[in-house]
Design a binder for this molecule. Structure first.
Ligand code: ADP
Length: 260
């Protein structure tokens, strides 16, 4: 623990009284350190896509756009990096409550095709990490949900499952259902999470203190805090099962709403 002290002098009946009050300020120091880490990580996360966007744009302007294949390929990268940038800015706005939660709008959709379309957007990231994405949602899965909420939950869980995986690993998205809720499962074959860290994963800015991964994998520690807020906002729940060195499964429970 780290201590701070205050000293109070009192004079009563010609006697001096000295009181020393000691405060345990380790929590305050930890929060400060987490904020410093967050700012460092967030600016790194912001700079990375900006650097890529400007680099590819400059290369195209420098003559590379004359080749149509290169042009299309680079524009795709620019588009993907812009999406990543938007998603990060959205995370920061959401977590700082600058942006009010927009009202929820439930719609009925086919979960398999919804997930398939979103996984497409992660193909280049998966390729970079040498990870395979698998959509094991049955064709018959029809759900009613606010699609923006589902999208943000899925994006955060899938990008973590890719980032904290191993080369040659897999990410699998599954579905199950019972009378009162349906579940979305995102499993990976990655590094896993120690039991002691699981309860803290959903805190803002929290990143597991595994120095090897922390250095290698960039992040802000906001993703899961946002997932938890979104899950709470729809009256759902989230569970994590994990084994170090084997992998993790994040399960989100969505209440089945009576939409008739
Ligand atoms: P970050 O931006 O750091 O990825 P998150 O809030 O999404 O932030 O996750 C918090 C921390 O939880 C991560 O830094 C990582 O240590 C751990 N974590 C999240 N998802 C996984 C996963 N699928 N496998 C292993 N560790 C994970």
């Amino acid at each position: 623990a780290t201590w701070d002290t205050s000293v109070i002098y009192n004079q009563l009946d010609n006697n001096f009284h000295v009181s020393v009050i000691m405060y345990d300020i380790s929590d305050i120091i930890n929060v400060k350190q987490m904020q410093i880490d967050f700012l460092r990580n967030a600016s790194h996360e912001l700079k990375t896509p900006v650097t890529a966007i400007s680099g590819f744009a400059k290369t195209l302007l420098g003559g590379a756009m004359d080749d149509r294949k290169t042009l299309v390929e680079f524009l795709k990268i620019i588009d993907q990096q812009s999406t990543q940038l938007t998603s990060l800015i959205q995370d920061v706005l959401t977590i700082s409550h600058i942006q009010n939660e927009t009202s929820q709008h439930a719609e009925t959709l086919n979960l398999r095709s919804f997930v398939a379309e979103r996984l497409q957007g992660y193909l280049s990231m998966a390729k970079l990490h040498d990870v395979t994405l698998k959509n094991e949602i049955p064709e018959s899965a029809t759900i009613t949900v606010d699609s923006k909420t589902l999208l943000r939950i899925l994006q955060n869980l899938v990008s973590n499952a890719i980032k904290y995986n191993r080369p040659g690993g897999q990410v699998t998205v599954k579905y199950s259902v019972n009378d009162s809720f349906w579940q979305l499962h995102v499993s990976d074959t990655g590094i896993g999470i120690a039991q002691k860290d699981i309860s803290r994963l959903f805190e803002r800015f929290y990143r597991v203190d595994d120095s090897r991964t922390k250095q290698k994998v960039s992040g802000t520690g906001l993703g899961l805090a946002i997932v938890k807020e979104l899950v709470d906002s729809i009256g759902g729940a989230i569970h994590v099962k994990s084994q170090r060195g084997v992998g993790s499964t994040f399960t989100v429970e969505f209440p089945i709403t009576d939409n008739t």
